[in-house]
Ligand binder design. Structure first.
Ligand SMILES: [Fe+2]
Length: 306
């Protein structure tokens, strides 16, 4: 193959800066490997210049559209990072606990913090009211007092505040500090699933793969507490058509709690409502922090609501 010739191998060495002593050795090794793999891919698939430049144009548009964080889970890369963390934890003897799943691109830092309970919706939207509650515990069943449950989800149209400018600041986003028994609870509206923007570059690639860009309805969480490994996860709303067909591959066993429908008039009245409502109980089980597995705190650019 052309890629294996001395000329091309020497070109790859120069590309990666292997002929100098400056720079970052790890970066050099990764760039050497990535460019060599790309050269080989171009050669093996006999990729023509028109196809190559179409791909470069695609990457440019992908960056400009702000959809990098959407394509990444769509290609399974975010799930692969989770599987690697699962593997590293298993190797360190860390088993059980609430399964992790992907963060996705729509977290906004700095949501309002409340103690024990919160209402997530601002009351402007009609929908099925959801009460969710549970306990944060460690793997031995001990409550984790003061754990912070950072929750965010879409509205009934599948839109997220901040990214959807029609919603109020931090709508459907809260941080809830669990009480002395590790308990949290919140009131909100059942979210809807959503899909990639139909005209965006992520959906364009999915079309070429014969795939849809839908996500089932879900609620995102970060659960943190001093001395414990940060948990990034989601729960799915049972019954969604896409429950086991998520374009972002985030559905996992153990993350599909039952949704109870409560139509008891006395319960409706007691909650100050005038229609049946939904209830979900879900406990979060955290692992103690350890030096034997990589940290689960991920440094990643997040939007911050102005
Ligand atoms: Fe989401």
């Amino acid at each position: 193959m052309l890629t294996d010739t001395k000329t091309v191998q020497s070109l790859l060495d120069k590309v990666a800066g292997h002929d100098n002593d400056a720079g970052d050795p790890r970066m050099k090794a990764i760039v050497r490997r990535a460019t060599a793999d790309l050269f080989r891919l171009i050669e093996e698939f006999d990729i023509q210049p028109d196809e190559f430049w179409a791909a470069m144009g695609y990457l440019t548009r992908l960056g400009q559209s702000g959809e990098v964080g959407l394509l990444v889970p769509g290609l399974g890369l975010e799930t692969f990072l989770d599987l690697r963390m699962d593997q590293a934890e298993a190797k360190a003897g860390i088993e059980g606990g609430t399964p992790r799943t992907i963060e996705g691109p729509l977290y906004v830092a700095g949501a309002p913090l409340s103690r024990g309970e919160a209402r997530l919706d601002d009351g402007t939207e009609q929908g099925e009211v959801l009460f969710m509650e549970g306990q944060v515990r460690d793997v031995n069943g001990k409550p984790v007092a003061g754990a912070v449950v950072d929750v965010w989800h879409a509205n009934t149209l599948g839109g997220y505040s901040f990214f959807d400018p029609s919603q109020a600041k931090y709508n459907l986003r809260r941080r809830i500090e669990a009480d002395a028994e590790g308990r949290y609870r919140f009131r909100t509206l059942l979210p809807s699933g959503y899909a990639c923007p139909p005209d965006g570059p992520t959906q364009l690639l999915l079309d070429h793969l014969g795939r849809h860009g839908h996500r089932p309805a879900h609620i995102h969480f970060f659960v943190t507490a001093p001395g414990y490994r940060k948990l990034t996860t989601q729960i799915n709303i049972d019954g969604d058509d896409y429950l086991h067909d998520d374009f972002a591959f985030a559905t996992r066993d153990g993350l599909i709690p039952a949704v109870r429908r409560n139509a008891d008039p006395a319960a409706i009245h007691a909650r100050g409502l005038n229609a049946p409502f939904a209830e979900i109980g879900f406990d979060f089980v955290l692992h103690a922090e350890t030096a034997t597995a990589p940290r689960t705190v991920v440094t990643r650019a997040h939007a911050e609501a102005a």
